[in-house]
Design a protein around this ligand. Structure first.
Ligand code: AMP
Ligand code: ZN
Length: 124
């Protein structure tokens, strides 16, 4: 089982995206957080929020990540509106974090999916 890591993983695609080594459509960036469009969107609006720090999944988070995760959650609704989601309650958005194989996680760098926009969606 992988241990929590505070470093960047050289083989991790999302570490490379956060470092600008792989191109992405950037939505937002600060010193701790990187946000970019999902390359294979399920909904008219679909972006991913990641910590720049390599944390494999939600299974590895601890109290030391509480502030960071809180900041990401507070940022999500703001960015959803900026990306074109209509306001609550008619509009809104969906937040998903797949964790582990049975949770459907494919990329093992913690990420929050934010999806929204007019239905029908491709999936979900
Ligand atoms: P998950 O199953 O939660 O691990 O989802 C991984 C997500 O990352 C999928 O929705 C992919 O479409 C997305 N993804 C994979 N590679 C890239 C990339 N290079 N740029 C943007 N999104 C990506
Ligand atoms: Zn990573």
């Amino acid at each position: 089982m992988s241990q929590p890591s505070h470093a960047h993983d050289e083989n991790c695609i999302f570490c490379k995206i956060a470092a600008g080594k792989i191109p992405s459509r950037r939505v937002y960036e600060d010193d701790e957080i990187f946000v970019f469009d999902d390359i294979n969107p399920w909904a008219p609006v679909h972006f991913l929020m990641i910590p720049k720090m390599h944390i494999p999944s939600m299974a590895q988070v601890g109290p030391e990540q509480a502030a960071l995760l809180g900041r990401m959650m507070v940022l999500a609704p703001k960015l959803a509106l900026e990306k074109g989601c209509r306001p609550y309650p008619e509009g809104g958005f969906r937040i998903v974090t797949n964790t582990g194989a049975e949770g459907g996680q494919e990329v093992h760098h913690l990420h929050i999916h934010v999806m929204g926009g007019p239905r029908p969606w491709l999936k979900g």
